[in-house]
Ligand binder design. Structure first.
Ligand code: HEC
Length: 184
C-alpha cells in the first residue's frame, strides 16, 4: 500500500507536465554534458528539453563519430570572424549540440554551400531538432563562412572537382555570404 500514493502522484505530475526538472534522465544528462563541452551556457531549460530520438547507429558510423570527437576541441575560435558570423556561431553552438557534439560538423568533410544546405536541412527535419527556418539559414551562413576560412584547402579541392557551371554557382554563394558578413 506504500507505493500507491507515490505512483499516483508521479502519474498526475507527469500528466500535468510538471515532472520535476531535477529528475534528469540519462539522455538529458548526456545532452547536458555535450552542451558543457561546447562551451554553451547550460541552463535549466536545457534539462527540460525532451531528448530527441536517436536512430541506432551502425558500427562504422559509431567509429566515425569517435574519430570526430578525437580530432580536436569541440569549439571553433571565432575571435577573428566578423560580428554577424559570431552571432550565427552562437546559434550553431546552441542548436547543433542537441543530439551530438559540435565536433561532428566541425571536423566533417562537408565544405561547399551545397553540402551544408543539404546537411543543415537534413538535421532540421530530424524529429525534435528544434531548428526553425530562420535558425537554419543563420547556421548555414555560419558553416559556409567558416568553411571558406577553416576548410579553405578542402573547399578549393571540392570546387575544382565540379563542372564549371556548378562551380560558378557555389563560388557565387560563398562570395555573397563572405561579402555580406564582412560588410562589403
Ligand atoms: C535531432 C537531432 C540532431 C540535431 C538537432 C542535429 N543533428 Fe547532426 N546528426 C544527427 C544524427 C542522428 C546524425 C547521424 C545520422 C546522419 O548522418 O543523419 C547526425 C550527423 C551529423 C553530421 C554527419 C557527420 C558524418 O559525416 O557522418 C553532421 C555534419 C551533422 N550532424 C551536423 C549537424 C549540424 C550542423 C546541426 C545543426 C544545424 C546538427 N547536426 C543538428 C542528429 C542531429
Amino acid at each position: 500500500m506504500k507505493t500507491k500514493p507515490i505512483l499516483f502522484l508521479s502519474l498526475a505530475l507527469t500528466a500535468a507536465g510538471l515532472a520535476r526538472a531535477d529528475q534528469v534522465d540519462a539522455a538529458t544528462q548526456a545532452r547536458l554534458e555535450r552542451l558543457k563541452d561546447s562551451g554553451s551556457p547550460v541552463t535549466e531549460d536545457a534539462a527540460k528539453v525532451a531528448p530527441p530520438q536517436q536512430p541506432d547507429l551502425d558500427a562504422e558510423t559509431k567509429a566515425r563519430i569517435e574519430a570526430f570527437e578525437k580530432a580536436g576541441p569541440s569549439q571553433i575560435d571565432v575571435s577573428n570572424y566578423p560580428a554577424p558570423i559570431k552571432a550565427d556561431y552562437e546559434l550553431f553552438r546552441e542548436k547543433c549540440t542537441l543530439c551530438h557534439k559540435l565536433s561532428r560538423p566541425i571536423y566533417s568533410t562537408y565544405a561547399t554551400p551545397e553540402e551544408w544546405s543539404h546537411y543543415v536541412k537534413r538535421m532540421m527535419f530530424r524529429p525534435g531538432s528544434n531548428i526553425g527556418t530562420g535558425a537554419s539559414k543563420k547556421i548555414y551562413t555560419f558553416l559556409v563562412y567558416d568553411s571558406s576560412i577553416r576548410k579553405k584547402a578542402l573547399l578549393e579541392q571540392k570546387l575544382a572537382q565540379l563542372t564549371p557551371e556548378a562551380r560558378a554557382v557555389q563560388v557565387a554563394k560563398i562570395k555573397e555570404i563572405v561579402q555580406q558578413a564582412e560588410g562589403k
